[in-house]
Design a protein around this ligand. Structure first.
Ligand code: AMP
Length: 542
């Protein structure tokens, strides 16, 4: 008899990996020493697993030479480059907690991350796009008292490697031998639903296993070559890609510091990639790029589309036009390592396009009525919850926030609305959390509201997401000005520039005298969204 409640559990013949990331990498290196591990064409970089292991060791020793100890936080602030990947595995070998800093961060956000996780060593690029990282760091450094060392990859990389030469291998191996797979190894800041960004604190066990089972569902082998245009600072890059690769002996292929559709298409062809990743927006841009017909996609077999709702038409197009006949969808969130459900490569078209698949091995999921916490019947909508090895250890230094999302039964409440069918396939149908997802980047309205509240002309502000064909959602701010104050949207835009990441700066500004509220005085963001969506639609039509 079928289970009538929206609860499912991923049974599996494959046991969880009960080892650290370092031990897993070593096993893969021993098994496939001559297979390519990492290829970064735009840096003319390629390394076999054996070479990769040796370089990871050099970087680990370099980090050790700065006196960083197990459990301390090392930040990486850089767009995608091979050094990022080396630092990911070097810190894992040392038991040092890697803090991923978003490459788009500006002064206010950087300061927050450095202080909140008390980063002692920051490894950073010299900049990204037009942004000079040293200038930004200069603005905030004095306030970050824990920050002792800075390594600018473009200038100091060799110095780091040289410094590591004084460290002997036995010392590194002794540290590795003392690590446990439940140790925290990574902090990823998420926008969360309220308050400032929260540092999802993840263990070896969390992310290594998640990467492993993602790769298993995609049927990865050591012959797979995964094309990675998604950012490494996000779990889509460092877990779904990097950890899925190293657990199966597959090759990681990076495509550029920033996303350029043609560079991705060319890399797929030149590096004979078998798998391609992206948020829906990236696939749409690739399919519509004028260069699309120039390249050969015959090497592709599979890939992942995730991060936001995946349009069925885009899924169909990548299967038919890019030869990604086994493409899948993943659903998850950073706090759950991230993936909870995934489609299978042999699912039928409907399931592979319109659902986010079924529960992952060893994980439990349920869909509940958020008011009562009761599990809803199959086919009914409710809040998606996850339990199991994948649920983060905690939000870094934030027990209240942790307790607000992980309940006494150890279920992580995602804030996403979902429906489960009789066969356990899940559809994501909305969100109850106050979050904007713009082209795959999560944005907390609260964070922008807090920042703009500091502006002297603003009395009150509410930030919402409005529909956008290009990005799925765009950021809009509704503003109530203080009496007698005037300010233009251009001035507010300039006020945000350089302080908060460009993707968070509202595209639309609406000046109002009050917000729509409920009888109890709660702001009705749903109504604001409806009003603004209608107004914007009218604007487009006229
Ligand atoms: P992040 O923590 O950045 O990975 O973002 C997690 C959030 O992205 C989830 O809570 C969902 O709201 C959204 N999300 C991720 N994957 C999907 C998907 N396949 N379909 C719809 N929404 C998704």
């Amino acid at each position: 008899m079928k289970n009538l409640l929206s609860y499912d559990h991923g049974t599996s013949d494959t046991p969880l990996l009960g080892i650290t990331i370092s031990e897993q990498l070593k096993q893969t290196v021993d098994k496939y020493p001559q297979k390519e591990a990492l290829v970064v064409p735009y840096q003319s970089y390629r390394a076999t697993y054996k070479e990769f292991w040796e370089q990871v060791e050099e970087v680990a020793k370099g980090i050790l030479s700065y006196g960083v100890k197990k459990g301390e936080r090392v930040g990486i602030w850089s767009p995608n480059r091979y050094e990022w990947v080396l630092v990911q595995f070097a810190t894992a070998r040392l038991g040092v907690i890697l803090v991923n800093v978003n490459p788009a961060y500006k002064a206010a956000e950087l300061k927050y991350a450095l202080k909140q996780s008390e980063i002692s060593l920051l490894i950073m690029s010299k900049g990204f796009r037009q942004t000079n990282y040293s200038d930004i760091l200069g603005e905030v450094r004095a306030e970050c008292i824990h920050l002792k060392h800075i390594v600018v990859i473009d200038h100091d990389w060799q110095t780091l490697i040289e410094a590591g030469k004084s460290i002997n291998t036995e010392r590194l191996e002794a540290i590795e031998a003392g690590l446990q797979f439940d140790d925290a190894i990574n902090i990823q800041y998420t926008s969360g639903t309220t308050g400032f960004p929260k540092g999802s604190t993840l263990s070896h066990h969390n992310i290594l296993n998640n990467g492993y089972f993602i790769g298993q569902r995609l049927k990865y082998t050591a012959d797979d070559r995964v094309c990675i245009p998604v950012p490494l600072y996000h779990c889509f890059g460092m877990v779904l890609a990097n950890l899925a690769c190293i657990t199966h002996g597959a090759c990681m292929v990076l495509t550029g510091e920033a996303f350029v559709p043609e560079a991705v298409l060319k890399t797929v062809q030149d590096e004979k990639c078998t798998s391609l990743y992206g948020v829906p927006l990236m696939f749409i841009a690739e399919l519509n790029d004028p260069s699309f017909d120039k390249y050969d996609y015959s090497s592709l077999r599979t890939g992942i589309m995730a991060g936001a709702s995946c349009p069925e038409s885009t899924m169909k197009a990548v299967r038919e036009k890019m030869n990604m006949r086994e493409v899948g969808i993943c659903y998850g969130m950073t706090e759950t390592s991230p993936v909870s459900t995934q489609t299978f490569v042999d699912d039928n078209d409907y399931r592979r396009c319109a659902t986010v698949g079924k529960v992952h091995p060893h994980i439990e999921i349920k869909i509940i009525d958020p008011e009562t916490d009761g599990i809803v019947a199959r086919g009914e909508r409710g809040e998606f919850c996850t339990r199991g090895y994948s649920v983060m250890l905690k939000y870094w230094n934030n027990p209240e926030a942790t307790a607000s999302v992980i309940d006494d039964g150890r279920w992580m409440h995602t804030g996403d609305l979902a429906v489960m069918d009789d066969d356990g396939y899940v559809q994501i149908v909305g969100r109850i959390k106050d979050l904007i997802i713009r082209g795959g980047e999560n944005i907390s309205p609260f964070e922008i509201e807090e920042f703009l509240h500091q502006h002297e002309a603003i009395k009150d502000i509410q930030v919402i997401g409005v529909p956008s064909d290009k990005y799925g959602e765009e950021v809009m701010a509704w503003i109530v000005l203080k009496e007698g104050s005037t300010v233009t949207s251009e001035e507010l835009h300039a006020y945000c520039k350089g302080q908060i990441a460009t993707f968070k700066i509202p595209k639309y500004w609406k000046f109002v005298s009050e917000f729509p509220t409920t009888v109890t005085g709660k702001v009705r963001k749903v109504e604001m969204r409806e009003i603004s969506a209608k107004e914007l639609e009218l604007e487009v039509r006229h």
